[in-house]
Write a protein that binds this ligand. Structure first.
Ligand SMILES: C[S@@+](CC[C@H](N)C(=O)[O-])C[C@H]1O[C@@H](n2cnc3c(N)ncnc32)[C@H](O)[C@@H]1O
Length: 306
C-alpha cells in the first residue's frame, strides 16, 4: 500500500501541478506557504528553486535570480541550481548543462513528458523523420542510435530503418518509458561518455531536442564521426539562434541555441557534409513559436581534432 502523503509533500505536489498547469502565480503562493512553515533547509532550497522557475515563467528574471541565489545558498552542492544562477547572471555560456540539472528537469517529470510535449505541439521527431525519408528507403538493415532518447518518441518513426535500434539517456525514468517503444538496447549513460566507448558502430545517429542541453557540439560531432560507418548519417534538431548572435548561447529558459554557421563549421571540422536541413516550429511555448532547424549530416571523411 502507498504510504499516506505528508502535508509538506502534498504542498510540493500542488505547487508543481499549478506550475506545469500554467498557473505560476498560484504555484508561487504555495511555495511561499512552504517557506513560511518549518521545512528543512534542503526543502526550503527546493521551494526557492520552484519559486524561481515560476518567476521565470512570469518573465521576472530579477526575482527569479534572487530566488535561485537563495536556493543555491541552501543547496550549495547542486550543479542544477548553480546552472540557473549562471544562466541569469549572463557571462560566458558553459559547454553543456550539468548532469544533475538534466536529471532534475527530466527524471522527476518523466510521467507527464509526452502529454506536456503534445500540448506544446512538439515536432522534433517528425522533422528528422522527414529528412530521413527524403534520403533513405526504410529498409530495416541499419544500426540506429537515439541519443537522449527520452521517452522514445523517435522509436516508432525509425523502427523501419533499423535492424538494431538503440537508445541512451541520462534519466532512468525516461528510459523506463522508452522501454515500451521497442528499442533493442537502452543504456543509462551520458552522451559524451557513451560515444567514447560505444558497444558497436552505427549507421544512423538521432538527437531531437537534445542539443538544447549540449551547447558546444565539437566533441559530440567528433565522436559521432568515429562511431559512424562510412556514409552514415547524423539527424538532429536545434533551437535556431539568429545569425549575428553568439555561436552558442544559453537562454533564460535554461536551454541552448546555436547559429547555423556554428553548426556548419563544427560539422565540416568533424568530417561531415550537410546533406539537407529544414525549418519548422519546434514547439509553441506560452503562445510563442520556437524556431527550430533540423539537419541531416553525412559522414564524408575522418574527423579532424575536436
Ligand atoms: C527534451 S528531451 C528530448 C527527448 C527525445 N529525444 C524527444 O525528442 O522526445 C531531452 C532528453 O535528453 C536527455 N539528455 C540531455 N542531456 C543529456 C546528456 N548529456 N546525456 C544523455 N542524455 C541527455 C534528457 O534526459 C532528456 O531525456
Amino acid at each position: 500500500m502507498t504510504p499516506p502523503e505528508s502535508a509538506l509533500t502534498a504542498l510540493f505536489r500542488r505547487a508543481w501541478d499549478a506550475q506545469v498547469g500554467g498557473d505560476p502565480a498560484a504555484a508561487i503562493a504555495i511555495y511561499r506557504q512552504i517557506l513560511a512553515g518549518d521545512a528543512s533547509p534542503a526543502e526550503q532550497g527546493q521551494a526557492w528553486l520552484g519559486l524561481g522557475q515560476c518567476q521565470l515563467d512570469l518573465k521576472a528574471p530579477d526575482q527569479a535570480l534572487e530566488a535561485f541565489r537563495r536556493a543555491a545558498a541552501l543547496l550549495p552542492d547542486s550543479g542544477a541550481i548553480a546552472h540557473m544562477v549562471k544562466m541569469l547572471e549572463g557571462g560566458p555560456a558553459p559547454d553543456r548543462a550539468p548532469d544533475d540539472y538534466v536529471l532534475w528537469v527530466f527524471d522527476g517529470h518523466a510521467a507527464s513528458f509526452d502529454a506536456h510535449l503534445a500540448a506544446l505541439g512538439y515536432r522534433g521527431p517528425e522533422m528528422i523523420a522527414r529528412l530521413a525519408a527524403e534520403a533513405w528507403r526504410p529498409s530495416a538493415d541499419r544500426a540506429v542510435l537515439d541519443l537522449g532518447c527520452g521517452t522514445g518518441l523517435n522509436a516508432p518513426l525509425f523502427r523501419s530503418y533499423a535492424a538494431r535500434l538503440d537508445g541512451l539517456d541520462l534519466a532512468p525514468n525516461m528510459l523506463r518509458l522508452a522501454a515500451r517503444r521497442g528499442y533493442d538496447h537502452l543504456y543509462k549513460a551520458e552522451i559524451h561518455t557513451f560515444l567514447r566507448r560505444p558497444p558497436t558502430r552505427y549507421d544512423l545517429l538521432l538527437a531531437t531536442d537534445v542539443f538544447i542541453y549540449i551547447g558546444r557540439l565539437e566533441e559530440m560531432f567528433y565522436n559521432s564521426n568515429h562511431i559512424l560507418n562510412d556514409g552514415g548519417g547524423l539527424l538532429f534538431t536545434i533551437e535556431l539562434a539568429a545569425e549575428g548572435a553568439p555561436p552558442v548561447s544559453l537562454m533564460p529558459t535554461g536551454r541552448f541555441r546555436q547559429t547555423d554557421s556554428y553548426i556548419r563549421d563544427c560539422a565540416a571540422r568533424a568530417g561531415f557534409t550537410v546533406g539537407a536541413w529544414l525549418d519548422d516550429t519546434l514547439r509553441v511555448e506560452q503562445d510563442q513559436p520556437v524556431a527550430g532547424r533540423a539537419y541531416r549530416l553525412i559522414r564524408s571523411g575522418t574527423a579532424g581534432k575536436a
